[in-house]
Write a protein that binds this ligand. Structure first.
Ligand code: FAD
Ligand code: NAD
Length: 456
């Protein structure tokens, strides 16, 4: 094995959203850039290869399934469509940086504060750089449950190619991944049991939202079990048995969805003197600087919210320090929205009424079931009038403080509301806004007319 070396202006470890965006932009300014990715199947990062994009592609397929479609055949065809799309995106992501930066197929590990050794098929390369951006992402957490290595026990990545199709599926964890996959597999035709450790789904949501989501999932055939304590998973005949405190559930497959662990344990952070916290997240300040000068941590490893658009914003913060005035920080973020892609999608932004009260606001609140919003015919046209829409508003200024949108198109509508919160738009401006028809935005023309003091 040979050993060679390279010195660059910027070294990026991991092909995630922040890392690839920084690599491309910095290389375009004429700087020398190297990027290391350990797995060719991950060119472009987690989001496009195994997370946001392939799972939403599968969600769309699941929603389009007709009752007579055979689940196994339909799922196999859907996965083939997903693979076709992801193959193209993976190649496009590689092409985007090919020729712009030095690209390494290899595993990176710190061997000094500003030195990284990359293990490639052709030998080790020692890379030094003025700036190093670490964005190694996160992987599914493996809970301490006996039996999780049995065949048929999947995580969010492996279940996307489940074979055979799981006709009976237990999902462990009722967070983003648990809810999305439970909803999706139920629509693919699985009998789904959702097992969550908490006393109720969506513990931070308003009660009416948590109840409506649970009701919709239940009516779609999903059995929701809260306070579920999974003692172990065992082989049982042709399938598996998930053993709970009082009873057990017989299934064909189990999905583990109990959170994501940062990929920081084996990359030599200690050798470099880069601090991590007890859970393995890299400690950063509000400019994403680690304990070593010139080394930044971006994306899922820095303890911030684990979303692709946060990783994208991490890129902006580092970029501002590389070429700007360095003032942009994580504390500039206001009203960061999120969407859980169940059917219909569940989106949230800003404060819930309880949070707003706790923050000292005098709160006005409106909550209306989607089926009762007369000015918004779009859900009825599309054939999905499930859900509820809520708004939280400051009584004194009438500025919008938050919203929960459990309705079709909410992954789009929530961005409008986020902008309204950031811009200090009042409830009246949204209520009296001129919106296209028929659209989901028209909900604003009606729901906001029903604001009342919270709790009255
Ligand atoms: C099933 C699922 C669905 C999701 N859906 C959404 C969604 O709809 N919307 C959303 O915003 N977010 C979603 N997320 C979260 C989102 O995918 C992540 O927040 C985001 O991809 C994190 O990006 P990142 O910048 O941390 O790096 P990543 O994209 O995770 O990239 C890190 C890269 O580093 C590589 N790497 C690791 N160690 C090394 C090493 N030592 N040397 C070289 N390379 C290395 C990895 O192979 C990987 O390619 C989802 C996540 C999952 C699991
Ligand atoms: N649409 C999106 O934006 C999207 C989609 C998927 C994932 N993600 C990101 O990925 C992250 C990870 O998702 P996730 O769903 O794995 O984690 P999560 O933190 O969202 O949810 C984990 C859930 O598992 C439950 N749990 C933990 N241990 C358990 C146990 N032993 N038994 C039963 N339940 C248990 C918790 O109560 C919690 O409800 C999310 O936080 C999110 O940031 C985002």
């Amino acid at each position: 094995m040979t050993k060679s070396s390279l010195d660059v202006d910027l070294l990026v470890i991991g092909w995630g959203k922040a890392g690839k965006t920084l690599a491309k932009r910095y290389a375009a300014t004429g700087k020398s850039v190297a990027l290391v990715e350990r797995d060719p199947a991950m060119y472009g990062g987690t989001c496009i290869n195994v997370a946001c994009v392939p799972t939403k592609d599968l969600v769309v397929s699941a929603e389009a399934r007709r009752p007579d479609d055979d689940p196994q055949t339909y799922f196999t065809e859907s996965v083939a469509g997903r693979d076709d799309l992801i193959g193209k995106l993976n190649a496009a992501n590689h092409a985007m940086l090919d020729g712009q930066a030095t690209l390494f197929d290899g595993e990176a590990r710190f061997t000094g504060p500003k030195e990284v050794t990359v293990r490639t098929a052709d030998g080790d390369v020692v890379v030094t750089a003025q700036t190093i951006v670490v964005g190694t992402g996160a992987i599914p957490t493996r809970p301490d449950i006996p039996g999780i290595d049995l065949p048929g026990v999947y995580d969010s990545t492996t279940i996307q190619h489940a074979d055979p199709f799981p006709h009976r599926l237990a999902v462990i964890g009722g967070g983003f991944i648990g809810l999305e996959f439970a909803s999706m597999f139920a629509q693919f035709g699985s009998e789904v049991t959702l097992l969550d450790a908490g006393p109720a789904l969506l513990p931070h949501a308003e009660p009416i939202v948590a109840e409506t989501v649970t009701d919709v999932l239940t009516r779609r055939g999903i059995t929701v079990r809260n306070n579920a304590e999974i003692r172990g998973i065992e082989q049982s005949g042709d399938g598996l048995r998930a053993q709970l405190a009082d009873d057990g559930i017989d299934v064909d497959a189990v999905l583990l969805a109990v959170g994501r662990t940062p990929v920081t344990a084996d990359i030599g952070l200690d050798v470099a003197g880069i601090d991590t916290d007890a859970k393995g997240f890299v400690r950063v300040d509000n400019r994403l600087r680690t304990s070593v000068e010139g080394v930044f941590a971006v994306g899922d490893i820095n303890g911030g919210p684990q979303f692709t658009y946060i990783s994208l914003d991490d890129n902006r913060i580092v970029w501002d320090q590389l070429v700007g005035d360095g003032t942009r920080t994580t504390t500039d973020r206001v009203a960061v929205p999120n969407t859980t892609f169940i059917t219909p999608p569940l989106s949230q932004v800003g404060l819930t009424p309880a949070q707003a009260q706790q923050a000292g606001h005098d709160v006005l609140y409106a909550a209306k079931p989607v089926a009762k919003i007369a000015t918004m015919p779009r859900p009825k046209i599309v054939g999905d009038a499930e859900g509820v829409i809520t708004f939280t508003v400051d009584a004194d200024t009438r500025k919008v403080l938050g919203a929960t949108l459990f309705c079709i198109d909410s992954q789009e509508l929530v961005n409008l509301v986020a902008l309204a919160i950031r811009a200090g738009v009042t409830a009246d401006e949204l209520l009296n806004g001129i919106w296209t028809h028929p659209s989901s935005t028209e909900a604003l023309n009606e729901v906001l007319a029903e604001l009342k003091p919270y709790g009255s």
